[in-house]
Design a protein around this ligand. Structure first.
Ligand SMILES: CC(C)(COP(=O)(O)OP(=O)(O)OC[C@H]1O[C@@H](n2cnc3c(N)ncnc32)[C@H](O)[C@@H]1OP(=O)(O)O)[C@@H](O)C(=O)NCCC(=O)NCCS
Length: 157
């Protein structure tokens, strides 16, 4: 597995994938929209093919994981991408790394807790606000579960 920063070489493909996966830009978390098209991040490569993407945004010594996708699950891709962002965030003197997921994303909820993130907040019906900023957020998400609530996870660095 080869983890590389999202350089100009990968940017076009990354943005096309994020559009397909998350209808980005924008990404919305905590009632704020963020343009993902120029965010720093990493790709995971297997035989020169992208099989994972992570993007992040640093503000006030805190690093938000804005998007995370593994396209070959249970092989360590997600873990390697999280580790790459942790190293980058530490190098930027961040004190914590955090992310938002939604109530339907059972795989992410499990993954985050297994990776040492603490579930620190649940914002009931927050996705109603997010949909005002991003009407394309689907009503029904993973496993047929209605997407309604924001869950916040964080890990101290
Ligand atoms: C959540 C997500 C990023 C996890 O990515 P992933 O690549 O499957 O993650 P990993 O492979 O690193 O870890 C998942 C499991 O595989 C295991 N694993 C890793 N390498 C392995 C290997 N070589 N053989 C067997 N199992 C392995 C890990 O130990 C982990 O299991 P555990 O939690 O029981 O320890 C992925 O499911 C995903 O993209 N989901 C859809 C998008 C999404 O929800 N994004 C938001 C994420 S916050």
């Amino acid at each position: 597995m080869d983890i590389q920063p999202i350089s100009a070489r990968y940017r076009g493909e990354v943005n096309a994938i994020l559009k397909e996966e998350w209808a980005c830009p924008p990404s919305v978390s905590r009632g704020k929209a963020i343009d993902t098209t120029g965010l720093p991040g990493f790709v995971s490569l297997e035989d020169n093919r992208i099989n994972g993407i992570i993007t992040y945004n640093i503000e006030n010594s805190a690093c938000e994981i804005v998007t995370l996708n593994s396209f070959e699950e249970n092989r360590g891709v997600g873990t390697a991408l999280i580790n790459a962002v942790c190293s980058a965030a530490k190098a930027e003197k961040c004190t914590k790394i955090w992310l938002i997921t939604t109530n339907d994303d059972i795989d992410a909820i499990r993954f985050c807790q297994r990776k040492g993130f603490a579930w620190i907040a649940t914002r009931i019906d927050a996705i109603e606000v997010s949909r005002k900023l991003k009407p394309s957020i689907p009503l029904i998400g993973r496993y047929g579960i209605p997407i309604k609530h924001e869950l916040e996870f964080e890990r101290k660095l």
